[in-house]
Design a protein around this ligand. Structure first.
Ligand code: FES
Ligand code: FES
Length: 160
């Protein structure tokens, strides 16, 4: 059975006609052709499919597209603006926070969600908060450094 679903993806309204079993990940990749969001495990274990749903990070392989009806979705394609990289993207480049790059979209979107979450953002918290995003290349130290640079700049700005 098909359902009509409206999503606001990266600021643009999208009306879709979907099988009730379609995941948000499949809707993004296969219908909207937003292939920056990666399919890794397809069972909620790797974080490569992370997107923001109404500003909160989710594993899009675990969300049915019909559950996202009426909600806003941010994918990696919506992170930069006007051709300018987001500071977090720039930080990943500066810190060499990637190797093959497969996990990188999920890492960056997850980090964006993490940086907006209301918990203590110490360097250790970055590691704990990002523990749902696996990197088979083992680029963890550089990924953590990239996120920590942005975390500490946010903290500095808040305290000045
Ligand atoms: S593909 Fe969704 S968590 Fe791995
Ligand atoms: S950079 Fe290759 S999986 Fe993370």
């Amino acid at each position: 059975m098909k359902y009509s679903v409206t999503l606001r993806v990266n600021g643009k309204e999208q009306k879709l006609n979907l099988d009730a079993r379609a995941t948000l990940l499949n809707a993004l990749r296969e219908i909207l052709h937003l292939t920056g969001t990666k399919k890794g495990c397809d069972q909620g274990q790797c974080g490569s499919c992370t997107v923001l749903l109404n500003g909160k990070r989710v594993n899009s392989c675990l969300v049915l597209a019909v559950m996202a009806d009426g909600k806003t979705v941010t994918t990696i394609e919506g992170v930069s603006s006007n051709g300018e990289l987001h500071p977090l993207q720039q930080s990943f480049l500066s810190h060499d926070g990637l190797q093959c790059g497969y996990c990188t979209p999920g890492q960056i979107v997850s980090a964006l969600g993490f940086l907006n979450e209301p918990w203590d953002k110490t360097p250790e918290a970055v590691q704990i908060g990002m523990s749902g995003n696996l990197c088979r290349c083992g680029a963890y130290p550089n990924i953590a450094s990239a996120i920590e640079e942005i975390r500490s700049s946010i903290q500095e700005a808040a305290s000045s």
